[in-house]
Design a protein around this ligand. Sequence first.
Ligand SMILES: [Zn+2]
Length: 404
Amino acid sequence: MTVSPEITARLSHIKALPAVEQALSFLERDVDRTLEEQIELAAIPAPTFHEREKALAFCDKLTAVGLEEVHLDRFVNALGVRRGKGKGQSVMVEAHMDTVFPLDTDLTPRREGSRIYMPGLNDDTSGMTSILTVIRALNEAGIETEGDLWFMGTVEEEGVGALGGMKKHMSEHKYDASISIDGAGFGTVVFNGTGLRTCEINFHSKGGHAAGAFGKVANSLYAAARCVVKIASIEVPPESGTIYCVSNFHAGNDAGINAVAADSQIKINYRSHRQEYLEELHEKIMKAAEEACAEETARWGCDTVTWDTKEYVNVPAVSQSADIELVQATVAVMKDRGIEPKLVQGGATNCTMGIYAGVPSVCIGSGGIGGGAHSLEEFFDNTDRHIATQATLLLALVMAGVKE
Ligand SMILES: [Zn+2]
């Protein structure tokens, strides 16, 4: 992808400023401290919906690096601002604070060579601490921006949190651009979002004795099974990231092996890069449940099988053009740091909720090397971390403008 001459010129101009040069070299020297801070923050348990303690610790860090208006918003997102001195664009830089690990998880770091094993260290405490080092670099070099730079740790990104912290915050606040930093590595640019939904469908019938009620009642388990068979034959549009998976099937219990199950449940996860395909798929799944109940009811002609559904996750599919200023600028700063950017279609990151709110948004990595995300063997390795933090700093400056 080629970058517009205007963005290229803006980046070259910013890079030529002595203060920016100073900030970039500071980032190289600040990696060890950043890693220490990362271990310190990752040691605070923060499963989704339990982020408050980590959020307060992050607020302390944001205050320590001199941000103004540091506070928790009403959703427990932790944020503060570095006010601009002109009329430039306001830029939000955020990383999520929550992890997928229960409160009682052992969060003791284990070092092996340059790797540090610690749940949550990579995803996404690395993003949180990239934010801190970038602010320190701006301070150290005395850089003032034209637009406001906001920095935030978000809640409820993972699992059933479903990007909720970002979604709620963005529904009440307006920025000109949003940069999410999520997880180790650098070079991938997420600039649109895969839609994804997860729901359960419950089937209800009277139940009864396996023999005594035979022919006299319908069977919720059969209705659930009919529904699964119908879902399994749904065709999806190719090349659109559209998938579905019935991931759970629960019916009956061990004590009831001689019983018609009164209640049965399936869980389904389904996704698409395109919102209209996701909605179409949703309709087909609901129709499958409706038809399955009707067929099971008609088969016995005795009672009526009913169904209801509960939704766990509903993230919309969103997209932006790859030609917008923010995506171009992201590509430009990556190339500038010697990284060949990879623009990916889809993704399920907080960037989705920025775009959903109408804010140009990207999600990039925090640098270093990481692996084992969402497992107890999660690790982070600080090697070449500064390349990503330098690019992030440049990106924020290109978007917000430097006050000269
Ligand atoms: Zn993450």
